[in-house]
Structures are given as C-alpha cells and as structure tokens.
Design a protein. Structure first.
Lengths: 407, 407
C-alpha cells in the first residue's frame, strides 16, 4: 500500500529534526508501506533566499526566483535521502522535474498541469523510498517552476492523487485540526474527521495547518489527508475527507479567527449604475482578494459600501481607490477588525446556527459590523479587541469542547 | 564575439560582491561581447552543505551529495541573473542540465562527456547573457551530477571550447599568475603569458589559481584562458595559451612551493623482483597520488625507497604499508618537508637550469632529499623550515623579478 508523507519546514528545520523525520519514515517503511515523501525547505531557508532576491529585484515573478527558491527543497530532500540511505533504507531524492511534475508557465505561482509518474513508479518498484523536493515542478520550456506559498502541500496532494495513494499524511508542528485555536481557547478539541468543505472554510479563514489550494485539490481528486505532528507522530491526527465518509455530521466543527483583514468603508458613493461593479472589477484585475461586501441602500443618490481585503493587499487597494476619487466622498480603512467564522456541515440542514451566533455575540455586547454566510459558514466582522472573547463565547455556545455537539 | 567569464566563490561571496560581478559583466556587454558567465557557489555555501552531508553519511560519493551541493551554484547563478535583469541587461540562469552539460555517472567527481549548446545558442541569439551554474551537469540517468573540486573552472573551459569562445576569463581574488607566491617573495612578478604546460606544472605544484583538470582541458581544446581578479578588473591578468603563441620562451617562468606533501621512507625492503611494483600498484588502486620516487641500490639483498604523497592520502598510505610488513624493515613518515619546483619552457632547450638550482640551494646550506625532473620542471624535496628561504633564493638566482630572464 502506498502512502504519501509530507513534512513542512519546521519538521525539517535542522539536522536533528531531519533525523526525527527519518525515524518516522523508517517506522512507516517497517510497516511495509511504499512511501513517497515530500519535503519543504528547512525553515528559514526560503525566506533567506527570498530576501536575497529582493535585494536585487522587485520583480518577484521572475523565473530566476523559481530557480533560486527551488534550491531550498533540493537541499532538504537530498539530506533526508542521504540520512535514510546511511541508515539502511534505500532512498532517492527527486527534484520536481524528476518526479514528473509538469506545470504551466506562471513562474513563482505555477499550477500543476500533469504528473508523469514513470520515474517514481520505477523507483518504488525497486523498493526505494522516494524523497520529492516539494514546491516545484518544471515547465514545457524546460525551466524549474515553483508553486507559490504552501506549494509543498500541493505537491504532496497532487502526487497522492496521481499515484492513487491510500492516504496523504501532512506533518506539521500541530497534531491536527482543532475546533478553535488552542492558544485562544484552551478547551479547543482536536477533530477526528472533517470534510474538505469545512476544512476549506477553516483554512481560508486563517487556520494555517493546510493551504486552501491543497484542500481544493484533495477534494477534486478524492485524496484522504491526515493532518498530524512530526513532533508527536504517535498522536492520530485529523482525517480530512469527503462528506460521504463522515457519518455523524457536526452542526458546527470549528470557530476560525482571521485578524489579517482590513475593513474598507466607502461613503457617499455616487449611486450610478455600475460604479460598484467597476470598483470590484478593478480590484479583481489587480488580484486583490476582496472577501466580504455589504452595500447599504442609496439615500439622496448616494450609497455606502463596506468590504474587507487581506492586509497585504491594502496598499494596492488604496491605489485603486484613488481612481474613483470623483465618485466617492470618503474612504476609511480600519485594520482594527477581525473576522470570526462558525463552520459546520450540519448547518446545511439545521436552522438556528446563525441566530445562535448573533445572540451569543450580542450577549457579550460585541457589535457585528458585517455578516456573510455560505451553506456551511457564517462569518462576522467585529472589532479586533473582542477577537478572543468572541472565539471563546462561540466555542462555548456550540459546546465544541464536547464530542457530542447538540446545543 | 563570444567570451566566457567565470567567477569563483570569493568573487560572488556576498550580495555586494555579486553586484560587483554584475558590474564587470555589464561593462563587457557594453563592449558588445556575447557573454556566457559561469559562477561558483557563494563562498562558504558548498562547505556548509558538505558538512550537512557529513553529519548524515560518510558516503561522500552518493548521488544525493550531487543533488545537495549543486544547489549552491543554482542560488548564485539565479541571483546574478536577477540582478542583471533588474539593471536592464537581459539574462537567464541555466543549470548544468539546461546548459546541456552531459557527464558520465561518476557522481561527485563526474567527467564531462559532451555539451549540447542548443539552449545556450538560442538564448545568445536573442541577446541574453547566459549565467550558468558551474560545477554541475547531468547524467544519462537524468540525475544532476557534480564535477568535483574546482569543477566550475572546468565548466567554463568546457563551455568555451564547445562554443568556440574567443577567450575564457577566469576571475578569482588574484590578478594573475606570478613567478612565485607574492606572500613569500614580494618581488614576485606577474606573468603576461604562460603556456599550458608550464601552468600545469605550476598548478599541480600548489599554485591554486587554476585547477589542473581545467588547464588540461584548455590545452586539449585550445582554449585561451585569462586569469584575472574580480576585485581589480582593470588589471590585465595573465594569458594561459599554447606554447606556439608565446614568442619569447622564458627559461624559467616560476618557482612553486608545495607544503602539502609527506615523504615516506621505506627501509630494508626485500630486494625481491616486483616488490616496489606491488607497493605502487596497491597505492594506485587506492587512488593515492604518489608523486616523487627514489630507490637506492640494493645492499645485502635490501633496498630503500623514498616517495611522497599528498597529506590527505597519508592515512590510506599507512594502511597499505601494513600489508607489506613482512617485506619492509622500517617505515617512516615525514610531514616536515616541502617541494620546491622550478618551471620553465626554456629548459627544454637550455642546459644549466637544474645545476643552477642545486648550486643555489647548496649555497644556502639547504639539503635536497629527493629530486625529480621533467622536460620543463625540476622538483626538489627539502626540509620544510627552508621553504621560504629556498623560494627566495631560487627567485633571485633566476632573476625572476626582471622581465628579461637571462642569467
């Protein structure tokens, strides 16, 4: 049976930790699994190389950046293979190219197009453990390409899909997916299972264990993921799988907190048809990730717009707003906000989840500035100072510390 | 006209020095040269990666070591290309594979088999400066391979040969080839030209500017090399070329000093036919680089053997000598020796060069322990404490501080 294991940057952060990872791999191999292992760069390396690049160029999308950054994973993968070979476990490192990962030509944020598993399959047949340099592939131009932030997760999930692996285990420094951030709510409980859909909502909302793109790909190719810790490999972790595999659907699976948003208020916007459309299409063209939008009804030919963007897109957003000076009386930016989200598959079929959230926050005198909902999520923008209080209140309201989630 | 430029590890040692290299390249490009640039890893990087490898494995010939070490040149080449692109000079980095450098499968010490210049030629035609990651190629197995110590020089000379470059300029932190080490003999003079043959003798004898293998390759493919400094690019440097290009052949071109030798004395060796042959063939099989050998005439059925090996081969040599315990009465090892060499094309046609050397050392009361000569070289083993005195005495005896070298 084939397993794909993926180890993040902190898991291979130094030589001792690489040995720790080798130990985990050896135990899995001793259980007779075929193994394809994907590794990130040793923590700090990518940032260091990235700072070198910035010293010379602001053009962060150059193909030279791919060549540069991909070196980090080549280093960690060959070191791990060296260690395993020395310890009697035949291993071979592979670059993205050697692993057959073909991408499009969007350098520094390439998308995987196809995977030719020929090399990997051949090496697996000869009993070798394959150590793939994550985060990278190659283009039809023959150049190395990189997959963008969190790209190693993506390498792992894509390989698991292409190789029909029984499971893709993603090792980080956290031992699974929790009902909430345990640093904020100590009573947060580790989930045994969670659906792709819930995980997508949670990870897009700031739960940093798994990258949104890799969960999307897992969903698409039906890859079962286990999120677990390389520092406590004996702990089971959380299975991320399709809804159909989850018998008892939790009404609410978790509370996510995202402090990385800015609320932008546009006041006195000319109520001409299409102004809002123009603003948001300009933002989209600049790849600003607009999240929540509220528009108030027009009064005296003027309307108001409220929306949120990630903090890193703030400067771009401000520049775009300048283009609409004539149409907007006043713009204000508020970074002192946060987004609280309640996520759960059970919401689909149960009413009352949303009203419970509003009631709970009201009881704590927390004002909700924007609300948006999807089938399995309610998000609320509140003042940042209430972030932790809000998380704890909601966590308690939905009894998330208990396995049985009735309320 | 095409130039190949090569920059060593100290020349690209940090970001500021990489910018300095970019400036040199820009000046050359402004003179309308087509440019292929070969770079080493930033100084310290290869050693650091190498120490990581040693932490995990003593098997320094593993292909994983190639994967690991080759990352260093990928980093420096992409950084340099980034810098040049940003400054308006279209550039592209290429790995050994992209540059078409096919090697044999002797990982960590691969030999170049052929170079497919297709990619480079195409990029040159489009006006780009090509920045090649030195020290590496790829094998027919599709893996990255490395060329061993000094491999980047070899990449540069091989590319210059394959591309029919007009010149291969090798930039280091020294501004050329000197008649002797200027740290020992301040009156040492920089040579304008030197033949491959002389350079080979000098570099195999401890002059560290150019690796023996790259000079051999330059000789084979008739590549003109200029050795010059990246920290003083305005200084002309030394041309290394074929004998035919050197009009006035110097009687003596330089004095080399090699402190990296151990003298091994074997006493009371059974004077059986073939014992010496057995010893030296065992040494050769273990890749011990035996340099000078002297055998004394047999007395009472016993003979003596004196030879030298590089210090790094001492342990191997000692192990091999154990096999001959029965045939040798006594072995001693002397590290406190050094090898002085006098090198010059003119020796071929002039007598008296050797006797001048012996006289000079005798005058200083320096005892010569072993002598060996070739067509263009006289080497002498003396006590290490006389090393500097010997160099200076010979330098003066042959009037090497003056351009006109009659004596």
């Amino acid at each position: 049976m084939l397993k794909v294991l993926k180890f993040g940057g902190t898991s291979v952060g130094d030589l001792e930790k690489i040995q720790n990872v080798a130990n985990i791999i050896k135990k899995e191999k001793d259980k007779n699994y075929d193994l394809v292992v994907v590794v990130s760069a040793m923590s700090g390396v990518t940032n260091k190389l990235s700072s070198y690049a910035k010293h010379f160029s602001k053009d962060s999308s150059s193909k030279e950046v791919d060549m540069l950054l991909s070196a980090g994973e080549r280093i960690s993968s060959s070191l791990l293979a060296l260690a395993l070979n020395e310890q009697g476990y035949a291993s071979i490192s592979m670059s993205g190219r050697e692993a057959g990962i073909l991408t499009d030509c969007h350098y520094t944020r390439a998308k995987i197009q196809s995977i030719d598993t020929k090399n990997i399959s051949k090496a697996l047949k000869s009993g070798q453990i394959i150590i793939v340099a994550g985060f990278q592939g190659y283009t039809k131009e023959g150049r190395v390409s990189t997959l963008g932030r969190g790209g190693s997760d993506l390498s792992a999930v894509a390989l698991a899909g292409a190789l029909n692996a029984s499971i893709c285990e993603i090792y980080t420094d956290v031992d699974g997916i929790y009902t909430s951030d345990p640093r904020i709510e100590p009573r947060a409980r580790k989930l045994e299972k969670i659906s792709y859909e819930e995980m997508l909502e949670l990870s897009s909302l700031g739960a940093k264990v798994l990258q949104t793109r890799s969960v999307e790909m897992a969903k698409k190719f039906d890859v079962n993921i286990i999120s677990r810790s390389s520092f406590a490999p004996e702990i089971e972790g959380t299975l991320i799988t399709k809804e159909g595999n989850i018998m008892e659907k939790a009404l609410v699976s978790g509370i996510a907190l995202d402090k990385n948003q800015v609320r932008i208020g546009l006041y006195g916007v000319s109520d001409k048809p299409g102004i809002a459309a123009l603003i948001f299409s300009d933002l989209a063209k600049s790849q600003v990730n607009v999240d929540m939008i509220v528009q108030t009804v027009a009064v005296n030919g003027k309307t108001s717009l409220d929306f949120t963007v990630p903090i890193e897109d703030l400067e771009k957003t401000q520049n775009i707003m300048l283009r609409f000076k004539k149409d907007i009386q006043k713009v204000d930016y508020n970074e002192k906000i946060c987004k609280l989200s309640v996520v759960g598959l059970g919401m689909k079929t149960n009413s009352g989840v949303a009203s419970k959230a509003f009631e709970t926050l009201a009881k704590e005198n927390i004002n909700i500035r924007i609300i948006s909902t999807s089938e399995i999520k309610i998000s609320m923008i509140i003042e940042e100072k209430y972030a932790e209080l809000g998380v704890r209140a909601l966590h308690e309201a939905y009894h998330l510390d208990k396995t049985c989630k009735s309320f």
